[in-house]
Design a protein around this ligand. Sequence first.
Ligand code: B4P
Length: 189
Amino acid sequence: MRLVLLGPPGAGKGTQAARLAVELDVPAISTGDIFRANVSEGTELGRTAKSYMDEGEYVPDEVTNAMVRERLQADDAADGFLLDGYPRTTAQVRELDAMLSGTGVEGVEAVVLLTVDTEEVVKRLAQRSEEQHRSDDGEAVQRHRLEVYEAQTAPLVDVYDRRGLLRRVDGMGAVPEVTARVLAALGRG
Ligand code: B4P
């Protein structure tokens, strides 16, 4: 299964990716997690990423694309993967198409859009901010991240809908319920 998880910040992409990876037996590849790991390790990529993430901005496409290209070449991604938080821009969609067209596979099989209302997103991010102290969860940055999502990522919904790949899944409610809905939407329920 080659799956993409789409949704606003705080929709639960990372939360669901970890669970779905087990259910579907594919690696969960989270661009946010890879950036955060690089920030912790103090790599050059981490220093670059941090300057954007702390402002609620996306890391530049060329940096993100190169990182994903390398990650998808790892052996564990050969038979499928779940992309959590990538692609997030139309340039990243084009790049992902290009990456997959060179591998003999058909491309992405399904794109799951987790829908959560803004009030709930704000509540979840405030809670995460208390629990995890993420530098991009402060109130002003949060608001900006939602604007960036609307401007740069929301248009991807139409792109994948036109391709017949989009599965809209209600992301409200308890975590296991959302997982069950995603699996049902993928015909794996
Ligand atoms: P991400 O790491 O992808 O973070 P996110 O969008 O905020 O969160 P996610 O939707 O995964 O929510 P989560 O499960 O944690 O991105 C961080 C930053 O990295 C971006 O802003 C950007 O700067 C950079 N970046 C990443 N990818 C990029 C790309 N492709 N291009 C450029 N830049 C990129 O859930 C949120 C909270 O809700 C958690 O506390 C969770 O416990 C809780 N929760 C989840 N599901 C719940 C439920 N059903 N009920 C109640 N609470 C729930």
